[in-house]
Design a protein around this ligand. Sequence first.
Ligand SMILES: Nc1ncnc2c1ncn2[C@@H]1O[C@H](COP(=O)(O)OP(=O)(O)O)[C@@H](O)[C@H]1O
Ligand SMILES: [Mg+2]
Length: 1011
Amino acid sequence: MAELEGLEFGKSDFVLLDEVNMEQFMENLKLRFEKGRIYTFIGEVVVSVNPYKKMDIYGKEVIEDYRGRELYENPPHLYAVADAAYKAMKRRAKDTCIVISGESGAGKTEASKYIMQYIAAITNPSQRAEVESVKNVLLKSNCVLEAFGNAKTNRNDNSSRFGKYMDINFNFNGDPTGGHINNYLLEKSRVVQQHEGERNFHSFYQLLRGGSDDLLKSLYLQRDPAVYTYTSQGASVTVASNNDSLCHKAVMAALKVIGFSADDINSIYKILGTILHLGNLQFTSDGEHVTLVGEDTVKQISELTSTEVENVRKALLYRTVATGGGEVIEKGHNEQEASYGKEAFAKALYERLFGWIVGHINAMIEVKDYNPALHGKNTVIGVLDIYGFEIFDNNSFEQFCINYCNEKLQQLFIELILRQEQDEYQREGITWQHIEYFNNQIIVDLVEQPHKGIISILDEACLTAGKVTDTVCLDSMNKKLGQHPHYTSRKLLPTDKTLEFNRDFRIRHYAGDVTYSVEGFLDKNKDPLFQDFKRLMYNSSDPVLKEMWPDGKMSITEVTKRPLTAATLFKNSIIALVDKLACKEPYYVRCIKPNEVKSPLMFDDARCQHQVAYLGLLENVRVRRAGFAYRQLYARFLQRYKMTCEYTWPNHLMSTDQEAVEAIVNQHGFEDDVAYGHTKLFVRTPRTLFTLEQERAALIPILVLFLQKVWRGALARMRCRKIRAIYTIMAHYKCYKVKAHFWEVERRFTNVRNMADYGKSVEWPVPPAALMQFHKITQHLYRRWWARQLIKNIPPSDMAEVRAKVAALAALCGERVDWGYSRAWERDYLANAKDSPLTSSNFVRITKELKNKDQYGQVLFSCFVRMLNWFNNTKDRALLITDKHIYRLEPKKHFKVQKRITLDSVVSVSVTSSTDQMVALHTASHDDILVHLQRGELNSNQDRVGELVGILTDHFTRVRNTALPVKVCSSGMQVQMSGKPKTITVETKPGQTIADFKKSRTGFTLFLPHQ
Ligand SMILES: Nc1ncnc2c1ncn2[C@@H]1O[C@H](COP(=O)(O)OP(=O)(O)O)[C@@H](O)[C@H]1O
Ligand SMILES: [Mg+2]
């Protein structure tokens, strides 16, 4: 929605003036004009001041601002009125009309174009092709009508020289389905004569300047308006805003779009050509006979009009008259008659051409195949753009008609505005207070009253046989209208030198006094055209031309009714127009011309004030404020002002909106300034409304802040709820994942107790990240349980072996290839009869003695070994390890103890990673025991190193509570012998029968037999 304007631009509605007087009205009008605000409301009427410059207020965005909005929601604009008319039509199925009035150059035609554009822009949102084409024709018709009906005048470069009323038909959807154009009184005298500084109709210059060479050639025309009598005067008149050549192309294109055929278009230009040629035709007279000058021109005319040359010549020089006896004679014209007849012909040609074009457009946009039962009610918006009130230096019959028309429209304006107002008060049950206003009915009567009115007197004079001159007619008017307060002439007012005797009469119009010159009135009213021209045209072989002249069909002898006079025809058409408008809901655009010089800057106070006065704008404001300047439906009033009262903000608790409105009114103390209708509140003074508006304006920022606050809060809460929901979902999901893991573990492990491997082969499910630690612990627990299940079944006697094996496993860390875990570990191999059948009994006996002597608890390990003696010779010996000592025994000497060291002195053990049976027991005294374990009868090729390491480490950790480090060497093994470091390497050697140590450079090498 567009911003409502601030007060620095003046008051957007004259109803809001503090006091309704001319001074304040003009002040506001001027202020707004100077601030570039060309539109101002009087209620629903728009007052428009011609800006005389391009305004940036008609764009697409502006149209969007006004579309579907209420009047008071946006600054005043034509669009607001157009939308109001459209809404009334669409919402309430009312026929509406928009009456645009104002004097020539005030901006009526421009306004009507903007209104049409607005209506076109807001309709047919679904872009239906048939509706678009109707819209297109309606819009394009403007271009054509302007070319043929507009001319440059001294007041307006693009002055409409005809009145136009256009009905647009709408279907129940509110889309245009067709239309109809009524045209009123084309100023045809312009065809043959123009005022100083003015031009003929645009169409002539457009043809001559923009027509193609071929076209001009075919019409026998030269590309120079100065050559032709009818255009020569206007040829030198420049029109800045008008490019004839470009316009010609636009008109041609528009004609095609509207649906004129190539032949139609051709005929149109032939007629224009004919008129131009007629203008250049001259007559001479030898005193008796009148002849034509320029035979070529006659031929060209006959060709362009598709008639016989001879007939053309005859029609121009003679007229056929029927005598009383039914005889027909040809009567030659005198020179004056001939040239008069020619001009009348030229004017009539143009007038009929224009009428035919309008008729053709109407045929194209006429609503076809309309069925109200099927299509719903067909509604209409009428747009009236008619010539405004005109006062020239020399005012003739045309001005008389135009000004009469404006009187009628003013009368309608007063009538409708008052009637509407009255109706409304009555509908709403409010007592209506009559307001005085100037009623111009008296002037209307002066012109149109039967028998007494000016038109009547003119007609009477025209009917009278014999020589009735304009002067005679003026006399008759003086006689009959002498008493009329709005009529005067020099005869009635001999002292007024501004009036010429026997020529001028003056009418005091609602818009000002206009002095008319009666010269030519009778003739123009009679508007005679010799029958011969009509017949000539009717007999043309050009069908278009024939169609324009149906009245040429009559035979000369036929007795015809006298045709109606021009004034009566015009009067009838205007009365019909007024009737048409009166049955519609009217919307008004009142145009004001700010100055005479087309300046965008000048505001001519006197001129404007004059227009304001005669347009009755002040009265309009007064009528609007009669009693009540403002009225509004309760609901709407409430909606707009409810924030100004605590009982109604934000919502009232009363039973009706009316009561709530009363609460607002009472709180402000406006009780005496309002009246309550059935559906509307009526406010007497604008100040009251103004106060409310101001209060509202002050509260709006607070409300906006409040709304922002509430909305931001709502947004934040919404966001918060969303995040909470996310976390809840996440929590539940995590919980579910954990539970799912538990369930899965449970499912997989439920039966492990009964499985042969106690579930060792069961695969663990992958735990969610949160359960990683838990997973490790459960796996650990499971493994302990699993181990427990295994251990549980091991007999206590086997436990020592198991422990030793576990210890070996840990000590060797998988670095030794073979450690003999798969066999039974017998420990005391020397005492084992199966392993050492020859020596075991001997050994057992010896160990008994040793046990008694050294008090050891048990034998940890014993077996035959190959080892080095003191002299570095290798010898077979026996190794006995008890829980107290390590013994080296000589097997050959009944296991005599050769050496004994305490088990405590062993600090670490070294073995190789290979399959050899070499073991070094490192001692604290740096005199290590290096042995190669011999295998006995039992498991003759199995490893015993693993067993020795397992037994020792198990013993050390469990019994002695100290760790015994074990080193698994993959290359040379480091030992100390009598405090000296030696490196022991292992090699296999072909031909070696038993494993044996040999001295090497760095120590010893254990040679192994090749296997
Ligand atoms: N709203 C407007 N914006 C810009 N120029 C305008 C506007 N209204 C009128 N004019 C100017 O005034 C001239 C006369 O306007 P026009 O509508 O032809 O007057 P009218 O039909 O009342 O005789 C236009 O040719 C145009 O230059
Ligand atoms: Mg106009």
